[in-house]
Write a protein that binds this ligand. Structure first.
Ligand SMILES: [Fe+2]
Length: 42
């Protein structure tokens, strides 16, 4: 389990791999950055 943040809108996605697109703003997967596990609750 990892967490990914959309750098466009700040949406946090939790999962094993990148989402195809952001459910909030529709940005594609290139707009996500993986967060360190320690940041899951930020
Ligand atoms: Fe987004």
């Amino acid at each position: 389990m990892h967490s990914w943040r959309c750098i466009v809108c700040g949406y946090i996605y939790y999962g094993e791999k990148l989402p195809a697109e952001c459910p909030e703003c529709g940005a594609d997967s290139t707009q996500f950055e993986m967060l360190p596990d320690d940041d899951i609750r930020v």
